[in-house]
Ligand binder design. Structure first.
Ligand SMILES: Cc1ncc(COP(=O)(O)O)c(C=O)c1O
Length: 404
């Protein structure tokens, strides 16, 4: 599963930081599947929805009417977009930032995360990642020559174990990455636990890098979307200790447009933007127009996607319940992922995912790629449409009958 199986032509010329990282299994599995052929997917981190028409239309209009669309924007992003982002942060999270000095529009949340990590972490310094966690968080820490320190989530509910985090903090700890709702677990952390983590950050003087990519997708008990998770950025006392990151990718079906943002106190932002300048100059201007239309336009597209994802979640849970002899799981409360623990074998997760790919022609993601606590699991995404999900589970159920 590792990209390390390909021998580089001249390994001594490859930097240590690049030798230390790998392409994530989320990207590798679809590449393997393309070779197998005829596969359906529980692997994608992308909901099936198309970019909403009013966003596409706004971009077309801008392309026709505004010559600036084809040019670099201001380095931190278009002022109108930064204003819209600041309004949203104040309204939804009580996080009050100056759009001129405290927001950077980025090439997806991915660039924002990298900016944060490169700004905070020096060689050998530690970043705590609750495990299982999003694989690219750890890869980015390694790229900065830092050390990812995995701290297990509570296995019973994938909740945040703040005592375990406290025990893992050292003098070299620079940050904790909090992804809420969580990828790959679908957890929404309890507000009390997030508050306790914030108190710890202040006490031990580390930063919370708050990845809020899935904040729009929280499932309520009654099947209705629930309020956004509690953000560390909501606490005024956290101002110097939080870097808040978000994405337009999933909420507005804009994954291919590559646009996200980082919000933080201006002391941080001046430094973060140095990395942005060196890495990207600015986020694609055309995509910033898409993001602006997304924020300023009607929000029913989000409500519709939430309803569809709720139905897909129900379908997924039902299918897993029907295979309860083969899989157990913690019901996801957010995002569109579930970690399915396989009960039929003790084989490593890359082997199990590969067998399912080759024998059932279903893409799943090996849980071990999300940190040690993910081993023994497969990450299933229910971002695909209902017909594809139904086919995936039909194949998986037929395969699982003989699975050892
Ligand atoms: C937790 C998390 N953070 C960040 C990203 C990257 O998002 P973007 O497309 O905005 O770069 C993803 C994408 O899957 C993700 O799952």
């Amino acid at each position: 599963m590792s990209s390390a199986s390909v021998t580089p032509p001249a390994v001594r010329k490859i930097s240590r930081r690049v030798q230390n990282i790998r392409i994530s299994a989320t990207k590798l599995m679809p590449m393997l599947a393309a070779k197998v052929g005829g596969c359906v997917s529980l692997g994608q981190g992308v909901p099936s929805f198309a970019t909403p028409p009013h966003i596409a239309e706004a971009v077309c209009r801008a392309l026709r009417e505004e010559p600036s669309v084809g040019k670099y924007s201001l380095q931190p992003g278009m002022p109108a977009l930064r204003e819209a982002i600041a309004e949203g942060l104040a309204r939804d999270k009580g996080f009050h930032v100056d759009p001129d000095t405290e927001i950077g529009v980025t090439v997806g949340a991915m660039e924002a995360l990298l900016m944060a990590i490169l700004t905070i972490v020096d060689r050998g310094e530690e970043v705590i990642i609750p495990s299982p966690g999003y694989a690219s968080h750890a890869e980015q820490v390694l790229m900065a020559e830092g050390r990812p320190v995995y701290v297990p989530l509570r296995p019973a509910d994938w909740g945040l174990d703040v005592d375990a985090i406290r025990a893992a903090v050292t003098d070299r700890t620079r940050a904790v990455i909090l992804c809420n709702p969580g990828n790959p677990t679908g957890t929404v952390y309890d507000e009390a636990d997030v508050r306790a983590l914030c108190a710890l950050a202040l006490e031990r003087d580390f930063v919370i890098i708050s990845d809020e990519t899935y904040d729009f997708m929280v499932f309520g008990a009654d099947g209705e979307p629930a309020p956004m998770p509690f953000s560390p950025a909501s606490l005024p006392e956290m101002r110097d200790h939080v870097i808040c990151i978000n994405s337009f990718s999933k909420k507005y079906a804009l994954t291919g447009w590559r646009v996200g943002y980082v919000a933080a106190d201006k002391g941080w932002m001046a430094e973060l933007l140095k990395v942005h300048d060196a890495a990207a100059i600015c986020a694609p201007t055309v995509s910033q127009h898409a993001a602006l239309a997304a924020l300023r336009g009607p929000q029913d597209c989000v409500a519709e996607m939430q309803r569809s994802l709720e139905a897909r979640r129900a379908l997924t849970c039902k299918a897993l319940d029907a295979m309860s002899g083969h899989f157990s799981y913690v019901a996801p409360r957010g995002a569109f992922y579930v970690m399915a623990k396989y009960l039929f074998t003790g084989a490593p997760s890359p082997d199990v995912a590969r067998r399912i790919l080759e024998e059932a022609r279903v893409i799943t993601i090996p849980g071990g790629s999300f940190g040690p606590e993910g081993e023994g699991h497969l990450r299933l995404s229910f971002g695909g449409d209902e017909a594809e999900l139904a086919e995936c589970f039909k194949r998986l159920e037929a395969w699982a009958k003989d699975a050892r």
